[in-house]
Design a protein around this ligand. Structure first.
Ligand code: PLP
Length: 390
């Protein structure tokens, strides 16, 4: 069966060039990057080369990059590493669970957590951030791009507020890295998380940018790897893959390829809205990463839609991959004010570097046909409102 993958916010396929770059580090270049002999020197050089590429993608210095096992660890390291009992922190209601549940744990050990709302577009109001500041506020953590809607948060404004207040600012940029240009100096953040598998590098590797001079307690205790910020023998093939993917992403952004991605996404979105009635874009009116659109198709069940599309070879998602299977509607869409039935009827389409125009045409034809069929089957749906029958 011809398969089209439009779930790149869940994970992206490894680019062949990335796999080629990694391959020697599974074989002949096997050394421990901490060893002083030839084998160690070879892998150390590869790790440091990757660090340079990741730093170039984020606009920082190589020594400010800490390699981790992924986005979840990067978020947890930033949060647990910067905050202690008695501190106050500010975050938002639409964060990934890697952030929200890390804060929940800190609440149990005596940290005060303010969770800010978002508006109907899914945006945090920087004025709310300012109002939430307290004398003991230690950290603000607001994501750069939301994984479900792709909505970009006003991180530069929040960074300014944090700087004026002398508070640390962390941003989860897992869904932004490689999709939009990032410059940590513009954002004025102290920490920024990225994950390899969201930018065509392998799963199980990520990085945390930590601004030089920022005191960060490690999550793991052990060797003095990563300048004592992350103990554990480096995942050399993974890190090499992340470095190669970061370089490819940076070059593509410099060539303006994000605009082509946005064109394809917009064509899909506009096509769907033109063909299907009682549907709308979640996060419409806000700036979004170029690869994502999240659409609510009223009167359908999102899970049924995902299964129906999958049977025809198109992979999409109802929201965050980690919570699919859960009965609860997406916390992100609910925070944006969607009714639970609308949140459950929402589908995320996320494009990747491998997506081509034909994929969009195929998905477009299938989506309108599938929505019409599911609505026909729904006892709650009145037939005359099916737009394709108008
Ligand atoms: N943060 C965001 C916004 C994400 O979308 C994800 C993954 O879905 C993560 C963090 C976690 O990253 P990882 O899967 O690398 O642990």
């Amino acid at each position: 069966m011809h398969r089209i993958y439009l779930d790149n916010n869940a994970t992206t396929p490894l680019l062949p060039e990335v796999f080629q770059a990694m391959r020697p580090y599974f074989g002949e270049h096997f050394g421990n990057a901490s060893s002083i002999h030839h084998h160690g020197q070879q892998t150390r050089a590869a790790v440091e080369n990757a660090r340079d590429s990741v730093a170039a993608l984020l606009g920082c210095r190589a020594l400010e990059i800490v390699f981790t096992s992924g986005g979840t660890e990067a978020d947890n390291l930033a949060i647990a590493g910067l905050v202690a009992a008695g501190d106050h922190v500010i975050t938002s209601s639409i964060e990934h669970h890697a952030v929200l549940l890390a804060f929940k744990h800190l609440e149990d050990i005596g940290v005060d957590v303010t969770v800010l709302p978002v508006d109907g577009r899914g945006l945090v109001d920087p004025a709310d951030v300012r109002r939430a500041l307290r004398p003991n506020t230690k950290l603000i953590s607001v994501m750069m791009a939301n994984n479900e809607t792709g909505v970009l948060q006003p991180v530069e404004e929040i960074g300014k507020i944090a700087a004026e207040a002398g508070v640390c600012f962390h941003t989860d940029a897992v869904q932004a890295a490689g999709k939009v240009a990032i410059d940590v100096k513009q954002i004025a953040c102290h920490a920024l998380s990225i994950s390899g598998h969201k930018l065509h590098a392998p799963q199980g590797v990520g990085a945390l940018y930590v601004r030089k001079g920022t005191g960060l307690r490690p999550l793991f205790y052990g060797g003095r790897h990563e300048r004592s910020r992350r103990a554990g023998t480096e995942n050399v093939p993974g890190i090499v893959g992340l470095g190669k993917a970061a370089k490819i992403a940076k070059d593509a952004l410099d060539r303006g390829e994000d605009k082509m991605m946005a064109d394809m996404r917009n064509r899909l979105q506009q096509g769907v809205l033109a063909q299907v009635g009682e549907a709308g874009v979640n996060g419409d009116g806000a700036a979004r990463v170029p690869n994502t659109t999240n659409i609510h198709f009223d009167h359908i069940d999102g899970e049924a839609m995902v299964i129906a599309l999958d049977l025809k070879g198109v992979a999409v998602s109802t929201g965050a991959a980690c919570s699919s299977g859960a009965i609860e509607p997406s916390h992100v869409l609910i925070a944006m004010g969607l009714r639970p039935d609308q949140a459950r009827a929402s589908i995320r389409f996320s494009l990747g570097k491998q997506t081509v125009a034909e994929d969009i045409d195929y998905a477009l034809a299938l989506v309108s046909e599938t929505v019409a069929r599911l609505r026909e089957l729904s006892p709650k749906y009145t037939k005359q409102t099916v737009s394709t029958e108008r």
